[in-house]
Design a binder for this molecule. Structure first.
Ligand code: NAD
Length: 359
């Protein structure tokens, strides 16, 4: 029997519904594979602001640091939108990433066979299918480098800078190359090396790493071209590695072409096995508490945790197969149900997946 301590940040909006789903699924798969999970609910985000006045209380950080991994729903909502930056729920996410040293964000974007009709791309592109993983650098670049306001020659101005060290580029590169080795052995690094000095260092460093992984077919692509290629021919991508800002934008683009953001999981990783796992979508305040959320992204996030942090490959495969099985049987939540067809509720979808797991 293996035991795991999981810190659970339910968060706001649909967060409690979907993290509840992930916990139920972990319990069910644990029964089958002899795994035990201890879930420790941790306060962060808008609820933490309401209850204790800050988005990420010290004791929540401690609980995450003491856990084997963190499962997050989503944080934020209109209620907290007018608060100053340092008190916004999203600060909790940046805080956890920093405290846990999570510098790599891993986002699979796969077009499920059962959901090809939901893909917004031309039919022949959807028919070809795609299955890629975007590895985004998470703690450097534009979002963390020097920025500010000042008086310039044209009056009041604002600036943001992009700074990357070789160390930061190398460590995200290693994660991407290693991931490529476990998949199709193909890696594309996306940058803007024709304009940005930080991208030129990025490219040089990636080329150096490529020599250490001769089995991986490596290439570079400029970000403007990559944004076109993603919708023109997504099948060409296996693993993609890119900077914080480019990854932020491209991973949303990649998620859209899969048909629903309610389906996509993500992992944030650092030097240790401890990661943070969360759906890519937000707290969906418009459907919170209505039993209409799609729990699949959160459930697949739990599967990623089993695989990437706990090395429980078979259990992860089993959860993913159960999700595919339920979708193949035709069940859909409202976000992925074709117009005019009947949708199942969030709780019914959870029941169906658990039944499939326990078969
Ligand atoms: P969102 O992802 O919450 O919602 C966008 C649309 O997708 C909405 O119509 C919503 O109903 C739908 N949707 C999202 N997840 C769904 C699911 N699982 N099932 C069915 N439908 C789903 O994005 P938003 O509306 O831009 O943001 C809402 C709040 O979430 C904001 O406060 C934002 O800051 C926050 N947010 C948090 C995170 C995070 O915690 N990681 C990420 C993104 C946004």
């Amino acid at each position: 029997m293996s035991y795991y301590n999981i810190a659970v940040i339910e968060g706001d909006g649909i967060g409690p519904e979907i993290t509840g789903a992930a916990m139920e699924v972990l319990r069910a798969v644990g029964e089958k594979f002899n795994l035990r999970f201890n879930f420790n609910k941790v306060l962060a985000g808008g609820r933490a602001i309401d209850e204790v006045g800050v988005p990420l209380p010290e004791e929540s950080i401690r609980a995450c640091l003491e856990s084997d991994s963190v499962l997050l729903g989503a944080v934020g909502g209109p209620k907290w939108d007018s608060l100053p930056g340092h008190l916004r729920p999203e600060k909790a996410l940046l805080g956890i990433r920093k405290e846990l040293g999570l510098y790599a964000n891993i986002r699979p974007a796969r077009l499920l066979e059962e959901l090809k009709s939901a893909c917004p791309l031309r039919e022949e592109i959807a028919d070809a299918g795609f299955d890629m993983v975007i590895v985004r650098e998470l703690t450097g670049g534009m979002y963390f480098s020097e920025s500010g306001r000042r008086n310039g020659s044209n009056g009041h101005e604002a600036f943001d800078t992009e700074c990357y060290s070789e160390m930061e580029i190398r460590r995200i590169g290693v994660i991407a190359f290693q991931l490529a080795m476990t998949r199709g052995k193909k890696l594309v690094s996306i940058d803007k090396a024709n304009v940005l000095e930080s991208s030129r260092l990025w490219r040089e460093t990636m080329h150096g790493l490529a020599k250490e992984y001769p089995q991986v077919e490596y290439s570079d692509m400029l970000v403007d071209n990559a944004s076109m290629q993603l919708i023109r021919d997504p099948k060409q991508f296996d693993v993609v590695v890119t900077s914080n800002m480019f990854g932020d934008i491209l991973s949303d683009e990649a998620s859209q072409i899969t048909g629903s953001i309610g389906l996509l999981p993500s992992a944030s990783l650092g030097e240790t096995k401890r990661g943070m796992y969360e759906p890519i979508h937000g707290s969906a305040p418009d459907i919170a508490g209505q039993d209409r959320a799609n729990p699949i992204a959160a459930i697949l996030s739990a599967a990623m945790m089993l695989r990437m942090s706990f090395n429980q490959e078979a259990a992860a495969d089993h959860v993913e197969a159960a999700v595919s099985g339920v979708l193949a049987s035709g069940y859909r939540t409202a976000d992925i149900a074709p117009p005019g067809t009947e949708a199942v509720s969030c709780s019914r979808m959870i029941e169906l997946i658990i039944e499939e797991i326990s078969k």
